[in-house]
Design a protein around this ligand. Structure first.
Ligand code: ATP
Length: 442
């Protein structure tokens, strides 16, 4: 589909400061990755786009940022303490451990025989405070959803939203995956963007359809082509313990077709379980004069890291420009970590540098994600920006200063206060006025 292979993506991501292996100078920590300066911009763009699309631009959504550590009882009530596990097998010979559903009947490392399959709980257990007893046990949240259900009553009491309405949250989640793999696809610490959309019990199918469309709309917005996203109806017996219907949105990753996002109908499982376990009534009055009801919930769940990886795989491109091979990232403008780069044609001409700085500062006030580069020749700078996916490069030359004699000798004073702007995808340059730059790069 694209020119992307995992090796190429991982290597570019490291070299150009998108994503580094976690704790690298200590030999790493399996299942963790650190986002570098460009990676964090990309990730923030993705999150901001999501928040804007699903929270700020809608009237039926509230945002939330709940604590990662929660009372341990939350995860007992939600069923995660008893049921959030993957099947684990251990090789009798080399003692290596694997996810039972990912291996055949012999150890892939040493062909030894496996012991019994047992359930391995994926939550990271921790202790809160100095007392070491059962009451101090807590977990790093395995999904952000828990914080939403526990704050349901708070939000209803503060805002009195009418059904249907949703609560959205972006934040870290942690799973002690048995076999982290495939770069940031399966990690132990990741970020989720989740929505619990509360509906009347009879309305869940409409909401499910609406969110199915919204998932595709989000993919379009971040530049993940719909042709690479496939819906999978998850059959009975394979869904999470809380779900009556789930669709997985799978993406054609370089290592195969795998889950990008999930959409689940969680019924009233969570609100009922938390109500029962906490003793707090979590019902709402839907119609005056009628008995209060427990809303049902439709949950679209988006992984930030898998989004970043799907974007990288979608935009990674190799082509030839001016007879030379090149690698570039075809980010759309909305997610590109850098929107434009500004260059003085020559680094050792103070008048060019001063004018380029002036333009850089002016642009940076309007569009913060702007980069300065005066290193090496212009061709090299273009290639460097292509490789990090910068849509536009802006060059300040002698024409900009109204000093055409120093340029091509072209006596055209009308070129004063114009610059060249080069398009990443075509490599074509155009002369435009400085005044038009902001509207072009936004
Ligand atoms: P998988 O089957 O791949 O383990 P899951 O079905 O357990 O995923 P969900 O519980 O539906 O995943 O989590 C919702 C979303 O969170 C996923 O669609 C994915 O985008 C993200 N996610 C889940 N686990 C991980 C992980 N270990 N690393 C990165 N992202 C994850």
């Amino acid at each position: 589909m694209t020119d992307a292979s995992m090796e190429k993506i991982v290597s570019l991501a490291k070299r150009r400061g998108f994503i580094y292996p976690g704790s690298e100078i200590y030999g790493g920590l399996s299942g963790t990755w650190d986002y570098g300066p460009l990676g964090v911009e990309l990730k923030n763009n993705v999150k901001q786009l999501w928040w804007r699309m699903f929270v700020q631009e809608r009237d039926d959504m509230c945002g939330l940022d709940a604590a990662i550590l929660m009372n341990g009882k939350v995860w007992e009530a939600s069923g995660h303490v008893s049921g959030f596990s993957d099947p684990l097998v251990e090789c009798k010979k080399c003692k290596r451990r694997f996810r039972a559903d990912q291996v055949e009947d012999k150890c892939p490392e040493c062909t030894g025989a496996f012991g019994e399959v047992r359930q391995f709980n994926m939550m990271f257990k921790t202790q809160v405070g100095a007392t070491d007893d059962a009451s101090s046990v807590s977990y790093l949240r395995p999904e952000t959803a828990g914080g939403i259900f526990v704050n349901f009553k708070n939000i209803v009491d503060s805002f009195h939203p009418k059904l249907p309405f949703g609560i959205a949250q972006i934040g870290k989640a942690f799973r002690n995956e048995i076999a982290p793999r495939d770069f940031v696809f399966r990690v132990r610490e990741f970020e989720q963007m989740e929505i619990e959309y509360f509906v009347r019990p009879t309305e869940w199918e409409d909401a499910f359809e609406e969110w199915r469309k919204n998932v595709h709309a989000f993919n379009e917005a971040v530049g993940i082509p719909s042709s690479a996203v496939h819906e999978l109806e998850v059959p009975d017996g394979e869904r999470a313990h809380y779900s009556k219907r789930t669709i997985d949105f799978e993406f054609d990753f370089p290592f195969g077709r795998k889950e990008l996002y999930g959409l689940a109908y969680r019924t009233d499982f969570d609100l009922s379980a938390h109500s029962q376990s906490s003793g707090v009534d979590l019902k709402v009055i839907d119609k005056e004069g009628e008995a209060p009801i427990t809303p049902h919930v439709v949950e679209p769940s988006f992984g930030v890291d898998r989004t970043v990886l799907a974007i990288l795989a979608s935009v990674y491109t190799e082509d030839e420009l001016g007879g030379e091979p090149r690698t570039f990232l075809k980010f759309n403008k909305a997610v590109a970590p850098i929107k434009a780069a500004v260059f003085p044609l020559l680094k050792n001409k103070p008048e060019l540098v001063a004018k380029a700085r002036e333009i850089y500062n002016m642009l940076k006030k309007e569009v913060p994600q702007i980069m300065w580069d005066d290193n090496g020749n212009i061709g090299k700078r273009y290639r460097r920006q292509d490789e990090i996916g910068t849509p536009y490069c802006i060059t300040v030359d002698f024409d900009t200063l109204g000093d055409p004699s120093k340029n091509s000798g072209q006596e055209n004073l009308e070129l004063k206060d114009t610059v060249t702007i080069r398009d990443r995808d075509t490599g074509e340059q155009e002369r435009v006025s400085i005044d038009s730059l902001v509207s072009r790069i936004i």
